[in-house]
Ligand binder design. Structure first.
Ligand SMILES: Nc1nc2c(ncn2[C@@H]2O[C@H](COP(=O)(O)OP(=O)(O)OP(=O)(O)O)[C@@H](O)[C@H]2O)c(=O)[nH]1
Ligand SMILES: [Zn+2]
Length: 208
């Protein structure tokens, strides 16, 4: 079979093209043998390289900092009304089984003289999701990040996730999802603020 030529790369592709995670291709060959596969069979010949590239992308967060992903995205602004960015989809890998979990994150804050570019909330979620994780930790890391960047009057993060380690193995529950939250400042101290946020993001991942 002839190899297809790579499509032309734009500057943004080049910037984001994942490299192979060093050493991972060789280990993947060993992994294939360990599960009883023949790493030399045709369909698997390039698999170790694909896996090394895929894992480099899936764990990209290790190589990035909050400053990297936020860039110049913090602005001075008046006003202190609640801002909610909802339905930010995320994909992560659980640190216990190295299987995917995925879902949606909702992030809200009440500004205090500083606001954040809206796209940066999704970038922050990805920064922490693209690692081996537990859902609780991503949730608190996102809240900590928004606090650190903006020192707002309050921050709320709600994440709803489906864990494949609970669906395709283990307890094998196909319909369960997990909700985690982190409430800071006014979202913690003022029930009405928290209720406004909860009603804005209500509707479950499974129930829509
Ligand atoms: N708190 C939390 N637990 C998670 C997350 N992802 C996976 N887990 C759980 O991690 C636990 C690991 O439990 P162990 O008993 O050490 O592993 P196990 O024998 O494979 O467990 P089972 O999945 O019950 O078969 C399981 O209960 C998983 O459901 C997460 O994001 N947060
Ligand atoms: Zn797991």
């Amino acid at each position: 079979m002839t190899e297809r030529p790579d499509p032309p790369q734009t500057p943004s592709d080049l910037q984001s093209a994942p490299q192979e995670a060093p050493g991972l291709a060789d280990l993947t060959g060993q992994w294939l043998s360990a599960i009883g596969e023949d790493p030399a069979r045709e369909g698997l010949q390039r698999t170790p390289h694909r896996v090394a590239k895929a894992w480099s992308y899936l764990t990209e967060g290790y190589g990035q900092t909050l400053a990297d992903v936020v860039g110049e995205g913090v602005f001075a602004a008046e006003g202190s009304e609640m801002v909610i960015v909802k339905d930010i989809e995320f994909y992560s890998m659980c640190e216990h089984h190295m299987l995917p979990f995925y879902g949606r994150a909702h992030v809200a804050y009440i500004p205090d003289r500083r606001i954040l570019g809206l796209s940066k909330f999704a970038r922050i979620v990805d920064l922490y999701a693209r690692r081996l994780q537990v859902q609780e930790r991503i949730t608190t890391q996102v809240a900590d990040a928004v606090e650190e960047l903006l020192a707002p009057k309050g921050v709320a993060v709600l994440m709803e996730g489906v864990h494949l380690c609970m669906a395709m193995r283990g307890v094998q529950k196909q319909n369960s999802s997990t909700t985690t939250s982190a409430m800071r400042g006014l979202f913690r101290s003022d029930p009405r603020t928290r209720a406004e946020f909860m009603s804005a993001v209500q509707g479950t991942l499974r129930g829509r």
